[in-house]
Ligand binder design. Structure first.
Ligand code: BEZ
Ligand code: FE
Length: 287
């Protein structure tokens, strides 16, 4: 073993990147090379293992399409996406906690009025969502844009269904003069991330399950405030301690208020019973 020449090789590579003009790129490349070489040295990476790794990453790339981003999924299951999100919110100034965006956000969710039902006849236990959106001083934020999306009762998002099935279980709302928003939907279940590709194979090799705990996604944007991308997780459900993409933060887990079969206060008939999800979101002022 010649540790001296291994270290000398790393030094020679670093030297070749030392004149990268952009200072941030120079810092990132230097750290990347240092850690990548350190990883290979520490594990004693063999040529055959390097080839396996390259073949795996090639499959990840080949799995990517306009609708499927297997590299982000890989970053998600390795915890890198959550780490970057956490680093990006080091100075969150008392804002509500963020979590990852995920692959099922779309830009053009349908506009819906307050009190609308976004379930479009989907089966599931009705869920009444009530949220407040406040700024850093606790002031209500009227006219904030709130984009909401979640899976159906089978754990699939609308865009995972065949083309032409349209959008459902998603909507774009605006808060009222008091910074409040209410809407109806259905109570989502836990679901597995797409695991029919190389990332799913990796999870299998690692003995990990592909499940996410039940959640509703929110993207909240208000003038002069930092946009919040987050979820609310349904308290007491499965996988809260083992989310495949490490997205759970304790402050985002909310217990539902569960109601027996009957009429909700707004007159909606709920023969299966209904649930209430309430939360106060706080946005940080933009820099
Ligand atoms: C999601 O919650 O929609 C999601 C996040 C990361 C990977 C797959 C799905
Ligand atoms: Fe999701």
């Amino acid at each position: 073993m010649n540790h001296a020449s291994e270290a000398a090789l790393t030094d020679r590579v670093l030297a070749q990147y030392r004149n990268t003009p952009d200072p941030r790129l120079r810092q990132i490349l230097s750290s990347l090379i240092t850690h990548l070489h350190g990883f290979a040295r520490e594990t004693g990476l063999t040529f055959a293992e390097w080839q396996q790794g390259i073949a795996f990453l090639t499959r990840v790339g080949q799995m990517c399409t306009g609708d499927r981003q297997e590299f982000i999924l890989l970053s998600d299951v390795l915890g890198l996406s959550m780490l970057v999100d956490t680093i990006d919110h080091r100075n969150a100034d008392g804002a509500s906690e963020s979590t990852i965006l995920g692959p099922f956000f779309v830009e053009d969710a349908p506009d819906l009025p307050i009190d609308a039902a976004m379930d479009a006849g989907q089966s599931g236990v009705p869920l009444r969502v009530t949220i407040d959106v406040k700024g850093g001083e606790g002031q209500p934020l009227p006219d904030a844009e709130v984009i909401v999306w979640h899976s159906d009762n089978d754990g699939l998002y609308d865009i995972q269904h065949e083309a032409g099935s349209g959008y459902f279980l998603r909507g774009r709302f605006r808060t009222d003069a008091q910074g409040c928003l209410r809407f109806w939907t259905i109570t989502p279940p836990p679901y597995p991330i797409p695991d029919d590709g190389p990332v799913g194979d990796l999870l299998g090799l690692a003995g990990r399950h592909p499940w996410r705990p039940a959640h509703v996604h929110f993207l909240i944007a208000a003038e002069q405030h930092r946009t919040l991308v987050t979820h609310l997780f349904i308290g007491g459900g499965d996988y809260l301690d083992s989310d495949v993409v490490f997205g759970v933060k304790q402050g985002l887990v909310v217990d539902l208020e569960r109601h027996a079969a009957g009429r909700a206060p707004d007159g909606r008939d709920c023969p299966q019973g209904w649930n209430c999800l309430s939360y106060n979101f706080c946005l940080a002022p933009s820099a």
